[in-house]
Write a protein that binds this ligand. Structure first.
Ligand SMILES: *Cc1c(COP(=O)(O)O)cnc(C)c1O
Length: 381
């Protein structure tokens, strides 16, 4: 694996362990996705994928706004200057709802009870009804629609929810986010086309305004690099999409915007052989980058060689072997890569894990063992 030279340079010369985020990659990802979507589609970046404040301000140069999934994210979205903000989440507090109304954000409402609470505490809020549709879900890792989940209003209950709420709150459309990390671009295009057709019919059936048809995120990235979400296939699959006049299509990509824009770098502190296996131990680990442990896969990495060696004794090293990469925790599950082939790795070299810009730091258990947090470097473009 070859690292972009400016990334390698920043990692070599900067503090470590570190996350390095490259805004040029965020820009390119958003531009490519935008070009594949129908003209006029609004992109609200799902900030839970990577909520780094510098990155968020960068994102707002290329996206229309931000999707927040907690009250704290909403606060950060407002601070970043988001001109179009949405608030999701199945357990919003009254304060969250008031803050959304005050910020002019669209609330993606998750239940009849939430609609009643909006009418009670934040009647000025703009609301999209999040619907858990009856049809089977898409492929992907986190299915949220067409299956029993805590999200949205079940389709058979929609008529009741609308009747209850329509005169008291400002409904602006539907929210139909259904899946995360879907790599099947044709299926995703079919899902969006169908979601638009469904929303058009439902708005008519239930007499709901349809300013917004929000089809959510879920555009997939294979962080091992083995597969890609094919944007040409995706664009070709959207040719039957018919957006009603006056309605705006909204998407909320998180992973797709940020995953390939991140590199996680950590120094090798030791190289050792035990019970027939080679280990490279790094100063870092799953408390910084948890995805390989939680999804149980081996994350690819590059070895950035460092020639300096400060000690007067032999440097631990291995060549032409398969290694496991272990972190600094006293925990055998602190593993980022398994059985990975390396040409050479030595104590003192740097391991760099690409495609770690989304759900990397965000979902890790940062404070375990009181270990130090990584540095964060954002390269502008
Ligand atoms: C998580 C989430 C997203 C983003 O999902 P990705 O798979 O990262 O694109 C978008 N919308 C909602 C409501 C979400 O919860």
């Amino acid at each position: 694996m070859r690292l972009p030279p400016r990334v390698a340079h920043a990692i070599r010369t900067g503090p470590r362990p570190a996350y390095l985020y490259d805004l040029a990659a965020v820009r390119d990802n958003l531009a490519a996705l935008s070009a594949a979507l129908p003209a006029g589609t609004r992109i609200a970046y799902a900030m839970k994928a990577n909520g780094n404040d510098t990155l968020l301000r960068g994102v707002l140069r290329w996206a229309d706004g931000l999707e927040a999934a907690s009250g704290a994210e909403l606060t950060a979205a407002v601070a970043a200057g988001s001109p179009f903000t949405l608030l999701s989440g199945p357990a919003k507090t009254d304060d969250d709802l008031r803050a959304a109304a005050a910020a002019g954000a669209v609330v993606n409402a998750e239940s009849l009870h939430e609609l009643r609470r909006i009418a009670h505490v934040a009647p000025g809020a703009k609301v999209c009804l999040r619907v858990n549709r009856s049809h089977p879900a898409l492929p992907g890792t986190h299915r949220m629609s067409g299956a029993p989940t805590q999200f949205g209003i079940e389709e058979p209950q929609l008529a009741h929810a609308v009747t209850d709420a329509i005169d008291r709150i400002h409904i602006v459309g539907f929210h139909l986010h259904a899946v995360s990390n879907n790599l099947d671009a044709a299926a995703h295009a079919a899902f969006i086309t169908d979601a638009v057709a469904w929303a058009t019919r439902a708005a008519d059936t239930y007499s709901v305004p349809l300013d917004i048809i929000n089809v959510g995120g879920g555009f997939g990235v294979d962080v091992t690099g083995a597969a890609t979400f094919d944007l040409d296939t995706f664009a070709a699959g959207l040719t039957d999409l018919r957006l009603p006049a006056g309605s705006q299509l909204v998407v909320e990509p998180g992973r797709y915007a940020a995953a390939t824009a991140g590199w996680y770098a950590a120094d090798v502190t030791d190289v050792k052989h035990t019970h027939g296996r080679w280990f490279a131990v790094i100063r870092g680990g799953t408390h910084h980058f948890r995805l390989p442990a939680s999804w149980d896969y081996s994350h690819p990495f590059a070895v950035l060689p460092v020639d300096d060696w400060p000690y007067p004794f032999e440097r631990p090293a291995v060549a032409g072997a398969h290694i496991d990469v272990a972190g600094e925790q006293c925990n055998p599950r602190d593993i980022l890569a398994r059985d990975a082939p390396v040409e050479t790795v030595r104590a003192g070299d740097i391991l760099v894990f690409p495609n770690t810009g989304a759900y990397g730091w965000e979902v890790a258990h940062h404070d375990f063992l009181r270990l130090a947090h990584p540095a964060f470097t954002v390269l502008d473009c």
